[in-house]
Design a protein around this ligand. Structure first.
Ligand code: TZP
Ligand code: MG
Length: 209
């Protein structure tokens, strides 16, 4: 269960980008992404399976890792690198049993209580947010802010911490300064379909400086 968490962790969105998951993965990888999450709340399961299969092929060809949001069954069927689970998805322990020790499993938390509990689970990283206001997620939890992120950082030991929600080029440094190991970003990276590669490169440069 050890893996290299990059500083920038992009997540795909077909509605915001107007592009298939595979095309977004291609552009993100060209911009330097090494770990990408495929997220789709609207596609039919069958459609999501096929799109993930195509995206995984691209990721494999470039030695990038692919994580699927929510869908342990698709992760299992395609043997992708891991899953990202939310509070109401399959329990982390069950996903770990199904996917095995080598799978990357991440888990979303939205407050300090959830984050502390998550730190006891068989996880590879904890995601925390929304740090700032976001219009990408439907019915998001309340904005948690940087102070809460600092508190989570101090409470979860050395477990990798991914911050999410409203992160952009302007606030990224503050989020890393508050203790996040990685920035998970959707709209700032994929919303402008022609600039995905450039957005990714800019965010990575900023996060690595
Ligand atoms: N979970 C918490 S906020 C969020 C998710 C999936 C959406 C993040 O999207 P954006 O566009 O980076 O704010
Ligand atoms: Mg979920």
């Amino acid at each position: 269960m050890s893996f290299n968490l990059p500083k920038v962790y992009p997540i795909t969105d077909t509605r915001l980008s107007g592009l298939s998951h595979a095309e977004q993965v291609t552009r993100l990888i060209h911009g330097g992404a090494t770990l990408i999450q495929i997220r789709d709340k609207y596609a039919a399961h069958c459609e999501f399976y096929h799109q993930t299969e195509a995206a995984f092929q691209v990721a494999r060809n470039h030695n990038a890792k692919l994580i699927i949001n929510d869908r342990v069954d698709i992760a299992l069927a395609l043997k992708v690198d891991g899953v990202h689970l939310g509070q109401s998805d399959l329990p982390v322990e069950a996903a770990r049993r199904l996917l095995g020790e080598d799978a990357i499993i991440g888990f979303s938390t939205h407050n300090i209580t959830q984050a502390k509990l998550a730190a006891t689970m068989p996880l590879d990283y904890i995601a925390f947010g929304p740090i700032f206001q976001t219009s990408t997620k439907e019915n998001p939890d309340p904005v948690a802010g940087l102070a809460a992120l600092r508190e989570v950082r101090a409470s979860i030991g050395s477990l990798p911490l991914v911050a999410i929600g409203g992160i952009d080029l302007f606030n990224a440094a503050k989020v890393l300064g508050a203790g996040a190991d990685a920035l998970a970003t959707i709209s700032e990276l994929v919303a402008g379909r022609v600039e995905i590669e450039e957005n990714m490169r800019k965010m990575l440069t900023l996060a690595s400086s």
